[in-house]
Design a protein around this ligand. Structure first.
Ligand SMILES: Cc1ncc(COP(=O)(O)O)c(C=O)c1O
Length: 356
């Protein structure tokens, strides 16, 4: 089983299809595709690849500083948020890592040298995080890692609750690593970025690959105290964010209509797809907040892999979730795509799971 979604190259080989004909519901990428301004900026940058990019992506850093209101010294860019997750795994030396699961699997891998306490999010509670329960476990020098909204469950912990967790962490002498890779799909109001300057034990990770639909370019950033940013800068190579990613990042962040359009589309398409899935016998979607939906298919009588075997030859990819800690072979995740693509997914699933 593949560790991640989004491997259209392998799917094309497996099903004997062209990569461009695959409807990839397995990676959570904005269905609008990249911002037209980003594509234009990349095209205009083609001749500039004969030069090195800015070593620390300063122009992009300034743009993010402007957008977030944070000083540049609190921002560091990475070749995808994934690079920064692994860099933090090498740099931070917490006593223990507290990780609610299921969640993005790279955290368990990146912090594998550190003792980990996995806090199970349970299905009968809709995978909702119990902040008080986490608080009770916290000890001096622990690091709590929280993906908000969480991948793959789609659950969002409300900002007020995260602030409570932050306070509990501070009181215990622990730190909080908050992964807001999908926060752009939710609302800027739910982000904890404004809390950063007052909280040196808070680290916030953001990705630009999902909302701005450029996972192939790789782009993410960490917002943290200047001390942590400086230490990370010292252990990471310069020029790690390539020139095209830098110009595409600046152009994407400036594209306000694209942002507004994405919100409008998502707010319409997300509940439509969730309702469509729940109307299919045997499927139980969990309420989504970002651009993807976790589904439990045990009552359909099929495993997620069997569903994939049926959908694959039709060029439809879903994300099997068995390899997420705490999930089993009856879970899969789908991205919210365009109205037409979502309709094709629903139609195909209805073919296999008709109403009796
Ligand atoms: C919660 C979460 N954080 C971070 C990442 C990594 O994002 P990037 O593509 O920027 O490396 C992912 C990718 O799926 C993710 O789901």
């Amino acid at each position: 089983m593949q560790k991640h979604g989004g491997n259209v190259w392998l799917a094309a080989q497996t099903y004997g299809l062209k990569e461009e004909s695959i409807l990839d519901f397995s990676a959570n990428i904005n269905p609008l595709g990249p911002s037209p301004l980003a594509l234009e900026a990349i095209q205009q940058s083609l001749l500039q690849i004969r030069h090195y990019p800015e070593p620390q992506a300063d122009t992009l850093r300034k743009e993010i500083a402007l957008l977030t209101g944070l000083p540049e010294e609190m921002l560091i860019l990475g070749n995808g948020a994934a690079e920064l997750i692994y860099a933090l795994g090498r740099l931070l030396k917490p006593r223990r890592v507290l990780l609610p699961v299921p969640t993005f699997s790279e955290y368990a891998d990146a912090f594998r040298e550190i003792e980990q306490v996995h806090l199970p999010l349970v299905r009968h509670n809709n995978f909702i995080l119990d902040i008080e329960a986490v608080g009770q476990q916290l000890k001096q020098d622990d690091l709590v890692i929280l993906c908000n909204p969480n991948n793959p469950t789609g659950h969002l912990v409300a900002k007020e609750q995260v602030k409570i967790l932050l306070d509990l962490a501070q009181t215990s002498g622990a730190s909080l690593l908050l992964d807001e890779a999908f926060m752009d799909f939710v609302s800027p109001e739910q982000s904890l970025l404004p809390e950063l300057p007052a909280n040196s034990h808070l680290y916030i990770l953001r990705s630009l690959t999902k909302f701005f639909a450029m996972p192939g370019l790789r782009l993410g950033y960490l917002a943290a105290s200047p001390v942590v940013v400086e230490a990370l800068t010292a252990v990471l190579p310069p020029w790690r964010v390539n020139l095209m990613a830098q110009v595409a990042g600046v152009a994407s962040l400036r594209d306000k209509p694209y942002r507004a359009n994405t919100f409008a589309q998502m707010n319409r398409l997300r509940p439509l797809l969730a309702d469509g899935l729940s109307s299919i016998p045997g499927l139980r979607p969990f309420w989504p907040t970002a651009n993807f939906i976790l589904v439990d298919c045990r009552e359909s009588g099929y495993t997620a892999e069997e569903l994939q075997n049926f959908l694959g030859p039709k060029g439809i990819l879903i994300r099997l979730c068995e390899n997420y800690m705490g999930l089993d072979k009856y879970y899969f995740r789908v991205a919210v795509r365009s109205e037409e693509d979502n309709a094709i997914l629903l139609l195909s699933l209805r073919e296999l799971l008709p109403k009796t």
